[in-house]
Design a protein around this ligand. Sequence first.
Ligand code: SRM
Ligand code: SF4
Length: 567
Amino acid sequence: MTASDTTDAPKLSAVEGMKVESRQLRGTILEDLANPDTGSLSETTYQLLKFHGIYEGYNRDSATTRKKQGLDKEYEFMARIRVPAGRLTAAQYLRLDELADDYSNGTLRITTRQAIQYHCILKKDLWSTIHEINKAQLSTISACGDVVRNITSSPAPIRDVVHNTLREVVDTLVPEVEPKSTAYADIWINGEQHKEFQEVEEPLYGKTYLPRKFKIGVATPEDNSVDVLTNDLAIIALFNGQTLEGFNLALGGGLGMTHNKPETYPYIAKPIVFVTKEQLIDAVKAVIKMQRDHGDRTNRKHARLKYLVAEKGVEWIKAAVEEQFGAPLPPARPVAKYTVIDHMGWHEQGDGFLYLGLPISSGRIQDTATQKIRTGLREVVKQYGVDPILTPNQDIILSNIKPADKTAIEALLRAHNLTFASDISVVSRWAMACPALPTCGLALTEAERIKEPMVASIEAEMQKFNLHNENISIRITGCPNGCARPYAGEIGLVGRQPGFYALYLGGDFEGTRLNERILDKVPEANIASTLGKAFALYSTQQQSQESFGDFCHRLGADALKTALEAA
Ligand code: SRM
Ligand code: SF4
């Protein structure tokens, strides 16, 4: 019996009760889906579906008009396909591409955690969608819900000790942290509606799984492309050249917050312990069990590991991890400065093959009037058998390319008008936006749909001060939950209320320092000109090699606020 199986906790939140009653995440999902009459589901099914990688939502664009017409909302589902470290085979990608037409809205959306999302799935198609995804040797299990989510890591398909180790760590961890409940297979693979329930042991999770979502990222200081310190558990591999020394575990990263609720806040993971390769899996499990047993199950807005780390302190956390691990562990080692790479452009893998990183704006793989991104990628994958890798920056890497195919592949992509990294500004290459409207039920403002014009207007301001070649990260979200990691960027634009954004500045490009809120409600139309004032200061007061984020940090929030508010 695990500590989470005991019932001496004060008062469980409603979701905790649902988990306990769910027969290990089964609930009445199949029965609810079989009812064709209603788009909406019971609250319990809505919550349980998340553990299966599925969210029910509705078309936010049409909801108001339909309400006036006395019509119900257009309910639809989002399915998130878990892709550890973003690695897909050519065959998997091609099947996902087909399914996007069969069941989704004809787009594949690369997420900030290297997964793929389908939007706009109809209730009648949901079972077939998930079933077909599994037939392609992919899964939506644990892509959402109170479990370990998709594990992120460097997408670089480089064949050397460093990258082989990162791949090995992810591949070893994935089955270890997956729920053991057979509910997912029973429902989506076997469709066994009336199968007699047989409880299986959940040694890691217990009956109530985790208090909240739990994210793991695996990185090296030399390649922090995953923003590893924004994860509940950051695994930082430390190498001496090509020799692995071990791993730092940093705990408590997380970005979600609520406007006007200072008790909620973004937080950067704190370094806690150093472990050897042999200790890693048990140490990871010790961290998860520690959060399972000590995380807050009474208030979901206070349930992430970050609140435990912030409130209990690193000494308490270290002792609690060691208790679960069963032995003392050395403290985390000092780490050199982090660097971030976007892996765009052509590179050698080190095994005779090449890889090509292609920017995909907001991760949206789609055909438009001007760009046939989806068709172009499909054709290249089909004709040349290259394996796609999804990046934590919402971009795509085509890997295992024969050098002899380089010219033809580039020509084929150009024929479909895909964008290459060399075609766009640095700032545009690094910018990210979350989906927000119309699919996200939590969006207060636009994000993905305004990203390109917004970035273009910011770029125009940068140009005025000759800063257009600067590496500046811009991250836009439609609400404060932080899905495009806005607080870990140099410029964060966070949806505040329709048409208005909170402006955050002063994070570092390397993802090791959070930015700060400088202005609360900037009208969308004024954002670029407001930032222009900061660019003006930066262009005249920048110290040698100082990045924009570091400059804003040095200036400080108060001075920046005064400068940006000045007419
Ligand atoms: Fe997220 C919820 C989209 C990465 C913090 N996130 C949501 C939901 C499911 C909305 C909902 O709960 O109803 C969004 C679906 C919108 C849609 O229309 O598709 C959503 N999150 C996304 C994605 C697709 C954004 C993207 O641009 O790619 C990312 C999917 C990642 C994946 O493949 O698993 C995504 N979300 C993140 C990240 C960034 C990361 O993990 O690197 C964060 C900040 C880090 C963190 O977890 O703290 C993030 N999402 C949240 C939160 C706030 C959690 C919190 O602790 O407060 C929510 C809301 C919640 O959980 O209650 C949320
Ligand atoms: Fe939705 Fe907010 Fe996440 Fe954007 S940041 S996808 S608006 S929950």
